[in-house]
Design a protein around this ligand. Structure first.
Ligand code: ADP
Ligand code: MG
Length: 611
């Protein structure tokens, strides 16, 4: 009996293998761009027709190929990039498998034109479905032009599997973005169906970010760099006010190769903890540089997935670096932990992260005041000023004294048991900011932003519970409104009731308000509905935001104490206590900072002091 096992003819094997490398036009673009980079191109043009389904053309000004290589390039496992196993351990080029061109050519109609510097005439090679049809001399400029036509023309099942042009185009654009970001020094031009999508000159990473994502996005991000023994990190981190509802604008590169790595993404996000709402994602571009031997890029043919030698070290390093960078920009204001060895910045950083468990804790503002008796700074704030102002002291006690005592932060160690130093005098600046003397400087809190944060978190929790206290109005307020606004109120009625509003709608344009949430300060009842509606509508362009989130934002903004309102000690302390009990105390719901910290070191610098 004849053998049942047959060796697959090469063109069939190629077709099958192509499935791993070539899933869609975007994967072809990725491979062709990487080849251009490996060939030292300085300028690359990408041209698409029908989202790459009919044509993907990549033109580079790189090294080019000799006539022999131009044909050989299409054979499986033909590569000029590695020759031995040792090379495989030390990969510095994108390609190394010698699979891409063979795979692409197996499922399309390819025309390649190429010329090396030293040869006057170039070469043209035509390959259809993996079969070389023609190889001839050609007049081509130095470099390589490759045209991939009718992708999957001979594998109809795969062709049918492609998504709409819009979707495929989006993937293509993403593939080009990734390379454009990783190689800002390379000029990149991108056409789609004769429309010029962009034409970018060689530039810096910052400029490239602006070119690709707009000035606003780039301007909202700051540069950072961190060196660690095994890895160097650099890139741009978006400030919280530019957060997104999707993870789309997050880029991680490893040795300038785009990677998908959930653990690293998570580590970055974790670095932003307490700065972003749940469901918000930062905009960032992160470059990791490490010894190629410490990472296995060989785990997946598309090479977007990598394995690190020490995954958990990598996670911690990224997390701490991002957190450190954000706190260095005073976006995460409370980072220094008192203790031996916290002299230098660097030491403060490490001592702030003694172990994994304590990292996530948000400090209470009272803990920032310092360690009590042994701290000179703290006694200035609490011990010296306070006793002279007995009146204020009683004010403090009337407030949230119990909570204050419980933290023990400014308790005087050696004194009578149970006797506490009163909290420091808080100062309200310009009826806008609260000034708090803290152990290593001063902290300023924006009273409106702080209250907004408090109300926002409380509001979000109210929805669906009907538990908010209602303040019944003695005289219901009758309001005439445009029909559109009334319809909107009608839609939001259940959510508004959860917040503590009580109103009835009459006809198309009349609303009678007879109860408001307890947060609404007297005098504001008449305008509150109008104000909330206006803000709510303003947020309309904010697509992707749920109605309840939008309502929570507009409500907390309108109900919060405003700049210009004066607060007494008790109110300021209560506000700070509530603020630091929230989940995201450092940013308001709109992403603006709630507090800033000025360190004594910073003050010394400004005053030109050396000690
Ligand atoms: P790999 O990149 O893994 O080596 P490819 O199939 O992508 O495999 O390419 C095969 C070979 O063809 C490369 O090793 C390189 O020598 C040559 N080649 C491909 N594209 C280009 C290009 N744009 N410029 C110069 N040489 C190229
Ligand atoms: Mg390649």
């Amino acid at each position: 009996m004849a053998s049942l096992i047959k060796i697959l003819p090469e063109h069939l094997a190629n077709k099958i293998a192509a499935g791993e490398v070539v899933q869609r036009p975007a994967s072809v673009i990725k491979e062709l761009l990487e080849n251009a980079l490996d060939a030292h191109a300085t300028s690359i043009t990408v041209i698409l027709k029908d989202a790459g389904k009919s044509l993907i053309q990549v033109v580079d000004d790189g090294d080019g190929m000799s006539p022999e290589d131009a044909v050989l390039a299409f054979a499986r496992h033909s590569t000029s990039k590695i020759a031995s196993y040792e090379d495989l351990e030390n990969i510095r080029t994108f390609g190394f498998r010698g699979e891409a061109l063979a795979s692409v050519a197996a499922v399309s109609q390819v025309e390649l034109k190429t010329r090396r510097e030293e040869t006057p005439v170039g070469t043209k090679v035509v390959v259809h479905g993996g079969t070389v049809l023609d190889s001839s001399e050609d007049t081509s400029p130095r470099g390589t032009t490759i045209m991939v036509k009718n992708l999957f023309y001979n594998t109809p099942a795969r062709r049918n599997f492609l998504k709409s042009d819009t979707t495929e185009f989006h993937h293509c654009l993403e593939a080009v973005h990734r390379i454009a970001l990783a190689y800002p020094e390379i000029g990149m031009t991108f056409f789609s169906d004769t429309e010029k999508i962009f034409s970018l000159r060689s530039s810096t990473l910052q400029k490239r970010l602006a070119d690709l994502f707009g000035e606003k996005a780039a301007g909202s991000a700051f540069y950072f760099e961190e060196q660690h023994p095994t890895v160097t990190l650099h890139g741009f981190l978006g400030k919280p006010d530019f957060s997104r509802k999707t993870r789309a604008e997050q880029y991680i590169f490893l040795n300038r190769r785009f990677i998908l790595n959930r653990s690293i993404s998570h580590a970055v996000l974790k670095g932003y903890e307490h700065l972003l709402e749940k469901g918000s994602f930062p905009f960032f571009t992160l470059f990791l540089t490490l010894d190629p031997r410490k990472v296995d890029v060989n785990v997946h043919p598309s090479k977007m997935e990598v394995k690190f030698e020490d995954e958990s070290l990598m996670y911690r390093t990224v997390y701490h670096s991002v957190q450190h960078a954000l706190s260095a920009h005073d976006l995460l204001p409370v980072m220094e932990v008192k203790g031996p060895g916290s002299q230098s910045d660097r030491a403060a950083f490490t001592s702030a992260f003694p172990d994994k468990g304590s990292v996530n804790r948000i400090m209470n503002w009272r803990e920032l005041l310092g360690g009590g008796a042994e701290s000179g700074h703290a006694s200035l704030g609490s011990g010296q000023i306070q006793p002279e102002r007995g009146g204020t002291g009683s004010d403090v006690k009337g407030g949230r004294d119990g909570g204050f005592g419980a933290t023990g932060a400014v308790q005087q160690g050696g004194d009578l048991p149970g006797v506490q130093i009163p909290a420091p005098v808080l100062m309200q600046l310009h009826a806008k900011y609260i000034l708090i003397p803290i152990e290593n400087g001063v902290m300023l809190v924006d009273q409106h932003a702080a209250h907004e944060r408090v109300l926002y978190e409380r509001t979000v929790k109210c929805f669906g519970r009907h538990s908010a206290p209602v303040q019944q109005l003695l005289f219901p307020i009758v309001q005439e409104m445009p029909a559109g606004d009334v319809a909107l109120l009608q839609e939001m009625l259940p959510l508004m009731e959860d917040l503590g509003f009580s109103f009835k709608i009459f006809g198309k344009t009349t609303v009678i308000l007879d109860g408001v949430p307890a947060d609404i300060r007297p005098g504001n009842e008449k305008t509150i509905l109008r104000d909330i509606l206006d803000l709510y509508k303003e947020d309309e362009h904010n697509v992707g935001l749920e109605p309840r989130e939008k309502l929570a934002k507009s409500y907390s903004c309108r109900a919060a104490v405003k700049a210009g309102e004066s607060l007494n000690q008790t109110e300021m302390q209560a506000l700070l206590d509530q603020l630091f009990a929230t989940e995201v105390p450092y940013v308001c719901p709109h992403g603006r900072p709630v507090s800033i910290k000025i360190s004594v070191t910073e003050l010394d610098k400004r005053f030109g002091r050396t000690s």
